[in-house]
Ligand binder design. Structure first.
Ligand code: GLA
Ligand code: ZN
Length: 681
């Protein structure tokens, strides 16, 4: 494709097959008003396209494709395997999942095929083959959308057998497996692969999926499940690639979604895409984190925002409206963090079933004179004006946050030290501080190349795999800063403790030894006094710490903060080890409150000049994209009160054409967005 006419894709899920014909034309007229140029078709069309095992029928979808492409729409074509048709589940009950309690489900809902079912694998690939064979080469096609929101788990007989095969490939022999699972404990030594069962309520678990007698088995089942669903994706992708070697293939991810290790999938997607449904309307930092995590899947390449609601969701107990300006603000936030597509679920509000109150670009009456439609149309016009200005542009980040599904799983299925420690909460606490400080950030897997970064923050790095410790050491050795927290460096890839001082392979880098670990219920706090080492100008602060309190013996590190209570009052809670080359390694041995985390993070960023120009303006976000030396800065106001700031650069506002001069006083009202094409430095 040439750059001419290229722009951020704008549109979303479109299901004309669910509405009578006259509605199709109404939709297209509305799309034109809103500058909608892209539709995702057929996500749930399995029953339509294949009414029985021997019949495929593309008549209706062909008409839809003709109609929308004649109107100039680009098409993201789904493989239609997002939900099973009743005939399939009825004829082949094995495609239905068996749940954690061991109950084989009957037909219903969606996203619930057994990933190991040979019938499901055969028929889903066959459908993808038909769809791809039918639409490959269509000039309107911009992407293939495989399945939908892969997730969940199955514990059936087919999955058990597939798990045994997966384990054979991973371990090669039962001796290696028994060692990895520490099987001698509780007499679990397996002498035949067939003895291994899926870990669920009938086997190793007693109080739900996170309470297991054998972490090794459960952890491997999580990895297996993620891989099994990846196999489903790959089955369909291979079917597509037999017909089309060029058009990108993706599937819509769900951001910080625990059951699927998106890092294990990433290399198989041509473009990462995800569905953004934040838990509430104050989730701007969390969304920034999730966008960055999704961008990190493909080494910083742009991602697609595959879904967001224009107005409300329907699946929560209470479903508040996005306030005026919020949909636009969040859409620009996605673009600011690397989205080259802004897509909605969905174009027209569902007539019936569980999403009939879910918001859409067009409501049940199809009105285009509503507030929400007007906001969609305004955004459509702005995206058109932006054109190709940031397509392909990347985030110039010198700070990285490590994110690791294995650590997430291992911490949350662990017995001890504290069930209240939640991986996401800790990651989000450190991210919030980085975000509020305005650091341009990459969120990367633990296998990422760390050499571009001056600062690497690794919250809850529970599991240390491969050469990660050495790569972190290298950051500090060349003058960078590394930060890790409590419960880091505890276990190896098999979730077995290192037979060494805590934090195991990280001990040398941080210059500490954790001798004991105290845990307390959430209501118990310990006041940690944070003081700049050797700096008498630094008055420090007191931060309330909770949940986990590691008792640290410095071994080369200096003490930056100390506990204020309990029998370990006065002992180190935060330390820093300086390396000869001017680098440093910070260890935070407890869960500090937000102010404490911010205090530490600001010190780390300030040293490297990575604190942003609006760091002290609450909820004002600056995110930068850069292409061929040209920087586009997005200033996004998530706060609830107007703010005035001095512009951080001179440039042109791409949305209004207005000039902005460095230092000029900018007034931003709540939800305001400035897209500043910065003048060359
Ligand atoms: C998900 C699905 C869509 C729709 C939306 C509703 O993201 O992919 O099919 O159900 O949720 O929020
Ligand atoms: Zn199964």
């Amino acid at each position: 494709m040439t750059t001419a006419g290229r722009k951020i894709l704008f549109g979303g899920d479109h299901n004309p097959e669910q509405w009578p014909r006259p509605v199709w034309d109404e939709d297209l007229a509305a799309f034109e008003l809103a500058r909608i140029d892209t539709v995702t078709l057929g996500v749930f069309d399995w029953a339509l396209l294949q009414p029985d095992e021997d019949t495929y029928d593309f008549t209706l979808l062909d008409e839809i494709v003709e109609t929308v492409s004649a109107a100039g729409m680009k098409i993201i074509m789904a493989t239609a395997t997002g939900a099973l048709p009743p005939w399939l589940a009825h004829r082949h009950p094995e495609v239905n999942r068996t749940d954690f309690e061991g109950r084989r489900h009957v037909y219903g809902q969606r996203h619930n095929a057994c990933p190991s079912s040979p019938v499901f694998r055969r028929l889903s690939a066959a459908l993808a083959d038909r769809v791809a064979g039918h639409y490959a080469g269509h000039p309107a096609l911009v992407a293939w959308h495989v399945g939908n929101e892969y997730g969940g788990a199955c514990y059936c007989g087919s999955c058990t057998v597939a798990f045994q095969h997966w384990l054979r490939r991973r371990y090669g022999s039962l001796d290696v497996l028994n060692d990895a699972w520490n099987a001698t404990f509780w007499s679990h030594t397996f002498t035949d692969w067939a003895q291994i069962v899926a870990p669920n309520a009938l086997s190793e678990h007693w109080r739900g999926p996170d309470h297991t007698a054998f972490q090794g088995i459960t952890l491997d089942y999580l990895r297996f499940t993620s891989d099994a669903m990846l196999t489903n994706f790959l089955d369909e992708k291979a079917a597509i690639r037999a017909h089309d070697t060029a058009v990108p293939v993706t599937t819509n991810f769900m951001g910080m979604y625990r059951p699927i290790d998106y890092h294990r999938w990433a290399e198989h997607l041509d473009v990462a895409s995800w569905d953004n449904y934040p838990p509430d309307d104050r989730a701007h930092a969390r969304m920034a984190l999730t966008h960055d995590l999704m961008r990190g899947l493909k080494g910083g390449a742009p991602f697609w925002l595959m879904e967001q609601t224009p107005t409300v969701t329907a699946s929560r107990d209470v479903n508040p409206l996005k306030r005026p300006g919020v949909m636009r603000l969040w859409s620009w936030q996605a673009v600011a963090h690397g989205a080259d597509a802004v897509l909605f679920f969905q174009m027209r509000q569902s007539r019936g079933a569980c999403e009939k109150y879910h918001g859409a670009v067009l409501d049940h009456a199809g009105r285009t004179d509503t507030r929400s439609f007007r906001e969609v149309a305004t955004l459509g016009a702005e995206l058109e004006r932006l054109g190709d200005a940031v397509l392909g542009a990347r985030t110039p980040a010198r700070a990285a946050l490590l994110f690791d599904w294995d650590s997430w799983w291992a911490v949350e299925i662990s017995d001890g030290p504290n069930r209240h420690v939640r991986y996401q909460q800790v990651v989000m606490a450190y991210h919030r501080a980085l975000w509020q400080a305005g650091a341009q950030l990459d969120v990367v897997p633990v296998t990422a190349d760390l050499s571009p970064y001056d600062v690497v923050v690794a919250p809850l790095l529970h599991m240390v795999k491969g050469d990660l410790a050495q790569r972190l050491e290298a950051v500090a050795a060349r003058g960078g800063s590394v930060l890790a927290t409590f419960l880091s460096g505890r276990v190896d890839e098999s979730d077995n403790a290192f037979l060494a001082d805590v934090p195991g392979p990280l001990a040398a880098l941080f210059g500490v030894r954790v001798e004991e670990t105290d845990a307390q219920p959430p209501e118990v706090t310990n006041p940690v006094r944070l003081l700049g080492p050797g700096s008498n100008h630094d008055t420090g602060i007191v931060s309330d710490a909770r949940l986990v309190f590691e008792l640290v013996v410095p071994d080369g590190a200096e003490v930056v903060g100390t506990y204020g209570a309990d029998f370990y009052a006065g002992t180190p809670a935060v330390t820093r080890r300086r390396t000869g080359s001017g680098g440093d390694a910070w260890y935070v041995a407890t869960a500090l409150d937000d102010a404490g985390v911010a205090w530490v993070v600001r010190r780390v960023l300030d040293r490297h000049g990575l604190t942003g120009p609006y760091a002290d303006v609450e909820d004002l976000e600056l995110a930068v994209r850069e292409r061929e030396g040209t920087r586009t800065a997005f200033v996004l106001h998530h706060g609830r009160k107007p703010v005035e700031v001095a512009a951080h650069a001179s440039g042109t506002d791409l949305l209004t054409g207005r000039r902005v001069e460095l230092g000029e006083l900018l007034r931003l009202d709540p939800t305001d967005v400035l897209v500043l094409r910065e003048d060359p430095a």
